[in-house]
Design a protein around this ligand. Structure first.
Ligand code: AP5
Ligand code: MG
Ligand code: ZN
Length: 215
């Protein structure tokens, strides 16, 4: 099963993708997490990506596409995957469609987690992310067992560099301009499913699981 998560920054794509990955035993692939991992380790890719991310802009398609195609070519992806944060532009979606066509495959579901901009800004300030494994928490809505410590790996939780309110506003603008058109793109392909992302995260997940099990 090949799944694409769509939604504004902070809509809960990562939260839901993690739950999908755990329930269906497929890898959760987040281009944002891969970039952050490279930034933390000081790689060339990380240095290049950081320039754009800190400004709330998108990393250029060329770089992102190469990274994603390498990742989905790995062995653990042969039974499917859940993509979180990719595609983010029409050209990225076209590359993915073409690559899958070569393998006689397609995206099975594009899950659009729908959350209005007002709710997004409120969520981001409370988000905490693990510096090591990228797991996501919220100080109120999804608190870790021990404050400031990752449940999964015991590493430190931090506020992401791009979660400052002014950067969040920029990311929302970029989302509306460059990423939102993907909703129509996948609707035309007949694979779009929209869920109301404003509810409790377990309720959102129940909707997604029902969609995936219709198959
Ligand atoms: P990326 O890491 O993908 O960030 P994003 O799209 O801005 O999305 P977020 O990770 O901020 O939000 P999310 O939807 O995953 O929400 P989450 O589950 O954390 O990308 C970062 C940057 O990398 C981009 O700006 C760009 O520069 C670059 N990049 C990445 N991919 C790229 C690409 N393909 N092309 C070009 N550039 C790329 O939830 C948010 C918070 O809300 C959390 O605290 C969570 O606990 C909480 N929460 C979740 N669900 C609920 C709920 N139902 N109720 C209450 N709280 C909830
Ligand atoms: Mg995320
Ligand atoms: Zn962790």
């Amino acid at each position: 099963m090949k799944i694409v998560m769509l939604g504004a920054p902070g809509a809960g794509k990562g939260t839901q993708a993690e739950m999908i990955a755990a329930k269906y035993g497929i890898p959760h692939i987040s281009t944002g997490d891969i970039f952050r991992y490279n930034i933390k380790n000081g790689t060339d890719l990380g240095k290049e990506a950081k320039k754009y991310m800190d400004e709330g802009k998108l990393v250029p398609d060329e770089l992102t596409v190469r990274l994603l195609l390498d990742r989905v070519a790995k062995d653990d992806c042969k039974d499917g995957y859940v993509l979180d944060g990719f595609p983010r532009t029409i050209p990225q979606a076209e590359v993915l469609t073409k690559e899958l066509e070569k393998q006689d495959a397609k995206v099975d579901f594009a899950i659009n987690v729908d959350v209005p901009d007002e709710d997004i800004v409120r969520r981001m300030g409370g988000r905490r992310a693990c510096v090591n494994c990228g797991a996501t928490y919220h100080v109120v809505y999804a608190a870790p067992k021990v404050e400031g410590v990752c449940d999964k790996c015991g590493s430190k939780l931090v506020l992401r560099d791009d979660d400052k309110p002014e950067t969040v506003q920029k990311r929302l603008k970029v989302y509306h301009e460059q990423t939102q058109p993907l909703i129509e793109y996948y609707e035309k392909k007949g694979v779009l499913r929209t869920v109301d992302g404003t509810r409790d995260l377990h309720e959102v997940f129940a909707d997604i699981a029902a969609i995936l099990e219709q198959n």
